[in-house]
Design a protein around this ligand. Structure first.
Ligand code: ACM
Length: 539
């Protein structure tokens, strides 16, 4: 079978722009002819795939104007799109699928529903790009080329992050973002909900977190690190804020789940917590009444390490756990300067009482507390690689590290037996410029991360042996929004780099081919146009 696939794949390696699936499927063989979708086409499902069948019918309706029936048996329909679970395909894993298109029938089979879902995502990409339009398009024949596809992801963690603290993003955009993740077969939405500049999730026990912490009076204009000194800072005069109610969160989590995406919430501690301290000053180290931060960078104001602050955060997480079924709960941990702990009698007493070496070890102790608290509730803590700095003693064995300051944190964590997600700035930070011609790009934090550098990324560090490499869950793209203030701006920074990231995360390493990817991307841009996505064109 594989040999046949390989043979036909070689024969059909000549570029065929009418089949341009991103991420590239593992095996794709092209036949002759096509399946034509007409108003008489029926979607036929079994019980387990019924919802996905309705999803497909919903997706096909706006552009075609056809409301395809979703039925349990093919009935009178001559041409059918059949979706079904097939346990004989268990070798395709939790998310793999097989898609067969002939002139009279489309069949998507998978051992699990997620695979059927990815099958319908692929099917959409086999149709003319106008299928992604929101209103009927005339003059298009809705053909699907005859193909045989067998496909499954390389990595289990295929993620995209979104910072909604620095710039609040409306709920409708969050849903659009989730749809775009699903289109690219990504399955983790890392929702960065709290930071110095805004607390964005309603917590019923602590209403000031949003009443106070979700609003800042203004925002710094221009790139912070380009100012020679802080006395030259210029601020706009526009209050900024917003938050998601618990009902909003439930709606988004359900929306994502229906697209086989796990929402991983991030509640930052002990650093990047000034919005929380502004709401409840006793969480800080100085007793000072702070404002929600109106500029960017690494802030000195961090949570204190008292029992009451830890209990506060556990109360917050109790509500978070009720809202998010995710196995992983992100507690940040990055960029927590220790000057306030060095000066704080509470922190110093804690260090003495626990016999700790220093403030880094104190942060590790706090992280360990949270990781054990989460593990006792059947969840796993995930944190940025700074959580390793004071040692991993006490860290729950199921804690996961996100390696962002390069790959060393990921290597160290995997070697210590922890799972890791590789998110190095060098290849996955989409808040960096996409071109060296910064004059002609929207304002960004700095850096330079062109599309080919994203595409070239290999998530498994060579330093890991094969047993350690199994701890690499996958990879994810980051979008921080200090300088990406609107959804359109976020789209510009994220696309097409997220398409490249998706291919790294899904497609076997040996099938990656940047020239081929770029050829498919030209077609993919037509889809993004139809979806009203403000991507950066190739220049
Ligand atoms: C980070 O970029 N501070 C995780």
């Amino acid at each position: 079978m594989i040999t046949l696939f390989t043979l036909i794949a070689l024969v059909s390696a000549v570029q065929d722009t009418s089949v341009a699936v991103i991420p590239r499927p593992v095996h794709l063989t092209r036949g002759t002819g096509a399946f034509l979708i007409t108003p008489a086409t029926a979607v036929v499902t079994d019980r387990a795939t019924r919802q996905i069948g309705h999803r497909l019918a919903d997706w096909l309706e706006p552009a075609t104007g056809y409301r395809l029936p979703v039925t349990a048996a093919s009935g009178a329909a001559t041409r059918t799109i059949a979706l079904r679970l097939d346990t004989t395909l268990s070798r395709l894993g939790d998310e793999g699928y097989r898609l067969t298109v002939t002139g009279t029938r489309i069949t998507i089979r998978a051992p699990h529903p997620a695979g059927v879902f990815y099958g319908i995502e692929t099917l959409r990409q086999l149709l003319p790009p106008d299928i992604f339009r929101a209103a009927p398009v005339s003059g298009v024949t809705w053909t699907v080329p005859v193909v045989e596809i067998e496909d499954q992801p390389r990595f289990a963690w295929r993620g995209a992050h979104l910072d909604v603290s620095r710039s609040f993003m409306p709920k409708e955009f969050v849903k659009k973002y989730i749809d775009l993740l699903a289109l690219h077969k990504l399955n983790r939405f890392h929702w960065h909900l709290t930071d110095d500049q805004g607390w964005r999730i309603e917590i019923k026990k602590y209403p000031l977190l949003t009443a106070v912490g979700a609003w800042r009076r203004n925002s710094l204009i221009g790139v912070q690190h380009r100012y020679a000194d802080t006395t030259q800072w210029v601020f706009d005069s526009v209050p900024h804020g917003g938050f998601y109610t618990q009902d909003d969160v439930k709606e988004i989590v359900a929306y994502a789940a229906a697209r086989y995406i796990t929402v991983v919430p991030e509640i930052e501690m002990p650093g990047h917590a000034q919005a929380a301290i502004a709401a409840y000053p006793w969480l800080g180290n100085t007793g000072q009444q702070l404002e929600v931060l109106n500029h960017w960078g690494v802030d000195q104001n961090i949570l204190n390490p008292s029992d009451s602050a830890i209990h506060f955060m556990q109360d917050v997480l109790t509500e978070v756990l009720a809202l998010f079924p995710s196995h992983w709960i992100h507690t940040g941990g990055d960029e927590a300067p220790k000057a306030q702990w060095q000066a704080s009698p509470v922190a110093q007493a804690r260090i003495r009482e626990l016999g700790l070496r220093d403030e880094n070890q104190l942060q590790s102790w706090m992280t360990a507390q949270m990781s054990q608290w989460l593990a006792a509730r059947g969840r796993a803590l995930i944190g940025w690689d700074e959580i390793l700095e004071g040692g991993t003693e006490g860290l729950a064995p199921n804690a996961v590290v996100m390696s962002w300051r390069g790959i060393q944190g990921g290597i160290a964590a995997a070697q210590a037996g922890h799972d890791v997600v590789m998110t190095p700035t060098s290849n996955t930070y989409f808040d960096y410029y996409q071109s060296q011609d910064q004059q002609h790009e929207p304002l960004a934090i700095g850096g330079f991360l062109p599309l080919d550098t994203v595409y070239a990324y290999e998530p498994i560090p060579p330093a890991l042996d094969s047993a350690q490499a199994r701890h690499v869950l996958g990879t994810q793209g980051q979008i921080w929004t200090e300088y990406q203030r609107t959804p359109k701006n976020v789209e510009y920074m994220v696309f097409p780099r997220l398409a490249a990231l998706a291919e790294i995360a899904w497609t076997p390493r040996e099938s990656k081919d940047f020239a081929d990817f770029k050829a498919r991307l030209a077609q993919h841009f037509n889809r993004l146009n139809a979806l009203d996505v403000n991507y950066r064109p190739l220049k």
